[in-house]
Design a protein around this ligand. Structure first.
Ligand SMILES: Nc1nc2c(c(=O)[nH]1)N[C@H]1C(S)=C(S)[C@@H](COP(=O)(O)O)O[C@H]1N2
Ligand SMILES: [Mo]
Length: 359
């Protein structure tokens, strides 16, 4: 797709990580609000911006193959959810040895309000075969892959973004997977997957296929570069595992890292999220050793968005301070002290350390 002035203007507020394919982080201010404005939402793309012909084909092992347009999708009941999307590579830059892959800092995470049709309802119309196993989703984007392929049979020169989910989880209405056509009340922008994309709540955003053009029900497990090659945790000491739901994580937004504040009371604020249930606890450390103090965690405003926390810090001592925040989720998962190293650098949810000067 031609990079129009509109597309370039929509990128102006982001911090570029890679010009081609276009990958860019949100600015720190994007974490301050419950909903990230569209122009501040991070962008991760594996290929150049594709053209999309406006059609969604549904086929494979189904009784009733379908071709749908945006209008067809709009004729299904619509649902809107605030969903935190985080790239599985977010925080990769902190891992040592530095893994290959896009050098993401800490801002490949954002929360938008996504509106669309339930995937479970749309797929049901196509009547998936009872012995279906996986549902494969294809994006319209394709081309030479900018990273070294991992699977031996990955085409070197023309690969397409393709991911799958188990049929049972796709058909489960409680999963609330959307085929989204609106983001923050507007039609999707090109960088975020226009005209429609998947939004898979709780999962690392790799599952939320943009520029969706085909859905196929398969009778076998799907294997592919973006499923069983990349987006696998290759642990040094245990068998590989697929990247799936987001690991529990807290980020401090206030005071800003590296800022200078006056002595006295300072409200430390931040966001926390997890793919496995709401955040139940955030603790703050003012030294990195000894006591951790409980922050106040606001109740979730929805099932899939990040939560606010705050802590009153008596910043009495002049000098440089370290601040840490550590989140726990409803399933009892707690952030680790150090990045959980894996060869491709996914899922870094280590406790963040920021420095603040009290003057
Ligand atoms: N078709 C397609 N969908 C895709 C991708 C892609 O490269 N192509 N990247 C995935 C990854 S790795 C992430 S992190 C999210 C990013 O979504 P965003 O750009 O809207 O923030 O899109 C996902 N969906
Ligand atoms: Mo990602």
């Amino acid at each position: 797709m031609k990079l129009t002035d509109d597309i370039l203007a929509a990128r102006a507020g982001l911090l570029m990580i890679n010009p081609a394919p276009y990958n860019a982080e949100a600015p720190p201010s994007a974490l301050a609000t419950d909903i990230t404005p569209t122009e501040l939402h991070y962008v991760r793309s594996n290929f150049p911006l594709p053209d999309h012909d406006g059609r969604l084909e549904i086929g494979g092992a189904v009784g009733n193959p379908l071709t749908l347009t945006l209008d067809d999708l709009r004729s299904f009941p619509s649902h809107e959810r605030a969903v935190t999307l985080e790239c599985a590579g977010n925080g990769r830059l902190h891992m040592r040895p530095l893994p290959t892959g896009e050098p993401w800092g800490d801002y490949a995470v954002s929360t938008a309000s996504w509106k669309g049709a339930w995937l479970s309802e749309v797929l049901a119309e196509a009547r998936p075969a009872a012995d279906g196993v996986d549902v494969r989703f294809e994006g319209a984007d394709h081309g030479a892959y900018h990273l070294a392929p991992i699977l031996a049979d990955t085409p070197r020169d023309d690969l397409r973004y393709t991911r799958a989910l188990p049929l049972t989880s796709v058909l489960d209405p409680s999963g609330e997977i959307l085929i989204a056509y609106e983001m923050n009340g507007e039609p999707l922008t090109p960088d975020h997957g226009a005209p429609f994309r998947l939004i898979v709540p709780h999962w690392y955003a790799v599952a939320s296929v943009k520029w969706l053009r085909r859905i196929d029900v398969l009778r076998e497990r799907f294997q592919g570069e973006f499923q069983t090659g990349h987006y696998m945790y290759e642990w040094p000491d245990r068998p590989p595992e697929p990247v799936d739901i987001m690991r529990v994580r807290a980020r401090i937004t206030d005071p800003a890292p590296g800022s200078v504040i006056g002595t006295g009371l300072c409200t430390v604020r931040g966001k926390a999220w997890s793919g496995s249930g709401p955040i139940t606890r955030v603790e703050v450390s003012l030294t990195g050793e000894g006591e951790w103090f409980d922050a106040e965690v606001e109740p979730p405003t929805g099932p899939y968005g990040w939560q606010n926390f705050s802590f009153e810090w008596d910043a009495a001592g002049v000098g440089r301070h370290s601040l840490r925040a550590r989140a726990t989720d409803a399933q009892g998962n707690v952030q680790p002290e150090v990045p959980p190293w894996n060869r491709l650098g996914y899922g870094n949810n280590a406790v963040e350390v920021i420095y603040v000067d009290v003057a």
